[in-house]
Design a protein around this ligand. Structure first.
Ligand code: MN
Length: 410
């Protein structure tokens, strides 16, 4: 027996806001349901939620599993927000479910819109909010009750469109005929307590009526945010020719067995391969430029550190080194060539200049020429100092020329 989804939907601006930035999607043919709660200045929030749902539908239509499809929705919102200045910084939550063969609803989730399952008279929350208060509750810093009045309760920690990459949580929810799901924005859950939500779901058998009743309850409680509610009844599909969801499982724990009308295994495998290739491409697209930059930087640094020579001292001799005086990061200078020129034969200023690392050259030939120059200077000093010590220079006495007093006779 195959399953189908019968969906009731309601969305409302609420009683405080002047725009409805929430949006929802119900596609019977694809077996796809989704709620998006957009955020951003002016009309950007509406653009974000609508863009996400459009991209989600296109991705599922082209055979992507729900996790990849939510990632594609992130790409679409992010691309728009980074190419249009008026949309900069926009984002949206997205909670999307696709009915896979084998009776599993695969729920992809980012943000604080929620999915609940009403099964056997019990209401269970399926998704974990990506919100600050949820993190505080999990860290034991505040209680669930405190969270309800916490001023930070609308702060979310994950959304679509903010970063080029997004982590999508995937929840496989096994469903049977008679189950009821609720997918809603925080405009409902921020206003109406779960017992009251359950009471409304129990009381109203028609999913459309149930959705409307929940919106009314949120408005009655203040309606401070936009409210969107999908009430999804899972029913056994008596009509064998009814539209069957074509959804490729993209999670390892997704059901593999295909029912009589499910996707051809080959198609599912192709889609899986495409999904993997896509994920690799995502990683490569971001990793490759970084790897290139690191390689180029390392090359430049190596060249800078190694492609130079300097004249320095090694023990008591002048020597030519390859590298930079003192080294660069991991590259220490290496001794290229010893010379027979003694450091002691250098003039003091020459020695100081070498110690300060001033004798640098782009080639070993340049360094050798410099050493030859030093050697000839030293030789010159030796010969001239020999002269000066043996023959002391006699100071030239100042010659005073007496002015001739004799006037020239005309
Ligand atoms: Mn909201």
């Amino acid at each position: 027996m195959t399953l189908k989804l019968v969906v009731g939907a309601a969305t409302d601006v609420g009683r405080v806001r002047d725009h409805n930035e929430d949006a929802y999607l119900v596609d019977d043919h694809l077996g796809l349901i989704a709620v998006a709660d957009g955020m951003g200045g002016h009309q950007a929030g509406e653009v974000a939620s609508a863009t996400a749902l459009e991209a989600l539908r296109a991705a599922v239509t082209s055979g992507e599993g729900v996790r990849d499809a939510v990632t594609s929705a992130n790409d679409a919102v992010y691309d728009k927000s980074t190419t249009d200045d008026r949309l900069r910084g926009m984002g949206t939550t997205l909670t999307a479910g696709t009915l896979a063969a084998g009776g599993t609803l695969l729920v992809g989730h980012v943000g604080d819109s929620r999915a609940y399952l009403l099964h056997d008279g019990a209401l269970r929350r399926v998704t974990v909010d990506h919100s600050l208060v949820e993190e505080l509750i999990r860290a034991g810093e505040i209680t669930e009750a405190e969270a309800e009045s916490d001023p930070r309760r609308s702060m979310i920690t994950r959304a679509l469109g903010i970063d080029p990459e997004v982590e999508v949580d995937l929840y496989p929810v096994p469903v049977v005929g008679g189950d009821r799901l609720l997918v809603c924005s925080d405009g409902l859950t921020g206003m109406v307590h779960e017992p009251q939500i359950k009471a409304a779901l129990d009381a109203e058998s028609d999913p459309d009526q149930a959705a409307r009743r929940l919106v009314e309850a949120a408005n009655a409680a203040g309606g401070v945010d936009n409210i969107t509610v999908l009430v999804v009844d899972v029913v056994d599909d008596e009509d064998a020719t009814a539209a069957v969801p074509i959804v490729a499982p993209d999670a390892p724990d997704a059901p593999e067995e295909s029912s009589d009308e499910a996707v051809e295994p080959t198609a599912a495998q192709t889609s899986g391969r495409r999904g993997r290739a896509r994920r690799w491409w995502r990683v490569l697209r971001w990793a490759l430029p970084i790897v290139l930059i690191v390689v180029v930087a390392a090359g430049v640094l190596t060249w800078y550190a190694r492609d130079t020579y300097y004249v320095g001292t090694n023990l008591s001799n002048v020597a030519i080194f390859r590298g930079r005086p003192g080294g660069v990061l991991l590259w220490s200078p290496t001794l290229e060539q010893r010379t027979t020129l003694l450091t002691s034969s250098l003039a003091l200023d020459e020695r100081q200049s070498l110690n300060a690392g001033h004798g640098q050259f782009s080639s070993v030939g340049g360094a050798q020429a410099f050493v030859r120059e030093l050697r000839s200077q030293a030789a010159h000093r030796t010969s001239s100092s020999t002269t000066t010590t043996t023959v002391a220079p006699t100071p030239t006495p100042p010659t005073t020329v007496a002015p001739t007093s004799a006037p020239a006779a005309p």
